[in-house]
Write a protein that binds this ligand. Structure first.
Ligand code: PXG
Length: 452
């Protein structure tokens, strides 16, 4: 701790500990361990205070889709800040970037309208307000309940955390708020069943049907789900799941909401996951990758069914945020969408990197005894750590955390959800960078197996 850099780092950590409460953090434990201070990013790499380079296998928090340091996004922000740093979209006003982004989003999604928010959590609060308002307007105000899934993640505000199905969050806040119900998730590996994935997908979707029938379809406003669950552990549903969910929603006149905060903007090799997974939601939540995280923005894509009602006889929708349609955020989003489009990143993911990374990822699963399953869709991947077969390690061994920490030591950021290791690298990742990512993961698995 004698070098100037080390002293500087210690001072930064000390100051951080004294004043900063981090999200989803055990403050005492963090105070003892100290924070990693990230100071710079370039491409798919970030650099910490000590100059250590890390391959960002999580694209920030699933959001830095075009990678760090993209001039186009920086210039878009700078230009717009100089032109007009802020104006609102209340009181019959708007700004050119908000208009242009709404039009561009309609083009790439096929959804006619958008409601802007500042984050994914805010956007999901908007979803709840919109769904209930819609049913009020069509003369069915008793349709209020929204059904979600256990282990879903939809954000951290009271409504979003309630929509989510995270037990630890519910326990700490007296949640969920009334009017939210949860059914099972389509987690095939965890279910450890003899069914085929296809049958399992249909059966789990069927729980939605049973719950709607229990509650009475006349009371149910919507179903919400992440096309592929992210924070819950990259849970990729069987192909039969979403078409069956859609069929059930239609049969019971229930709105279908896709939370594409993680899956949107190219993560699955299409603009949106619903375009790949073969279903048609009525409403879509987006955030994160819409600006590649360069600046906060979220929102809701509103399809014809809901927008036609809202825009013809809706009266005032009493909802909105100071930063709805923020001009700088919208300008950055436009530049981000241009980069994804011009650089052909959807095809890059779908036709090149997904198959390439998918093959190497599957090979890890075959080579390492402690991998129970290695799965990947688009650029969302997971590895299930197991003692053998589908038997998990003792929780106290903290295998996931050990692997994650070792990966960071070796220069790779991965996430651990319990004993599920997760990757979601920037979409711009190249084959040689994939080799580096998989190489480090391989080394981590080898070393942890050896320690055992
Ligand atoms: N929906 C989904 C599907 C998300 O993944 C949100 C909504 C909330 O978005 P905001 O912008 O309000 O955070 C998210 C956010 C993790 C992690 O550790 C995941 C998220 C956020 C923070 C951490 O995997 N997802």
């Amino acid at each position: 701790m004698n070098s100037p850099d080390a002293a500087n780092l210690a001072a930064l950590q000390q100051s951080d500990r004294a004043h900063h409460l981090h999200p989803f953090t055990d403050f005492k434990a963090l105070g003892e361990a100290g924070t990693r201070v990230i100071v710079r990013g370039e491409g798919i790499y970030v650099y910490d205070q000590d100059g250590k380079r890390l391959l960002d296998g999580m694209a920030g928090l699933w959001n830095v889709n075009v990678g760090y340091g993209r001039r186009e996004l920086i210039d878009a922000a700078t230009d717009q800040l100089q032109q007009l740093a802020y104006y609102n979209s209340f009181f019959q006003c708007t700004t050119p970037p908000a208009i242009a982004l709404a039009e561009r989003l309609a083009e790439i999604s096929g959804f006619s309208h958008v409601f802007f928010a500042g984050s994914g959590s805010e956007a999901n609060d908007t979803q709840l307000r919109l769904a209930r308002r819609y049913w009020q307007l069509v003369g069915k105000p008793e349709k209020q309940v929204v059904i979600s899934r256990i282990n879903a993640y939809h954000g951290s505000t009271l409504a979003a955390a309630s929509l989510g199905g995270m037990q630890d969050m519910h326990k700490q806040g007296g949640l969920p708020i009334p009017g939210i119900e949860h059914v099972d998730q389509p987690y095939y590996f965890e279910a450890d069943t003899n069914e085929t994935p296809a049958d399992f997908g249909v059966r789990i979707a069927g729980q939605l049907q049973s719950r709607i029938e229990e509650l009475g379809a006349e009371n149910v406003a919507a179903f919400i789900g992440e096309p592929v669950q992210g924070a819950g552990g990259v849970i990729i549903p069987p192909e039969t799941y979403w078409p069956e969910v859609q069929r059930i929603c239609q049969a019971h006149d229930v709105l279908l909401i896709a939370d594409e905060v993680i899956t949107g903007f190219g993560r699955l090799g299409e603009w949106f996951a619903f375009q790949r997974l073969d279903f048609e939601p009525d409403l879509v939540t987006f955030a994160k990758g819409v600006t590649s995280g360069y600046i906060p923005l979220g929102g809701v894509l509103v399809g014809e069914r809901v927008s036609s009602v809202l825009t013809t006889n809706g009266g005032e929708f009493a909802h909105g945020y100071t930063h709805s349609g923020h001009p700088v955020a919208c300008a950055v989003a436009l530049a981000n969408i241009d980069v994804i489009d011009r650089d052909g990143l959807l095809a890059h993911v779908r036709d090149d990197i997904e198959p390439y990374l998918g093959a190497l990822w599957a090979e890890l699963g075959e080579r390492h005894a402690l991998v129970g399953e290695a799965r990947l869709l688009g650029l969302m991947g997971a590895i299930e750590l197991v003692e053998k077969g589908r038997v998990r390690f003792d929780k106290d061994l903290k295998m996931g955390e050990r692997c994650r920490d070792l990966a960071i030591d070796h220069g790779l950021v991965m996430r651990a959800v319990g004993d599920t290791l997760i990757i979601a690298p920037p979409l711009v990742i190249t084959r040689s960078e994939v080799d580096e990512l998989v190489g480090i993961a391989d080394r981590v698995l080898t070393e942890v197996a050896f320690e055992l």
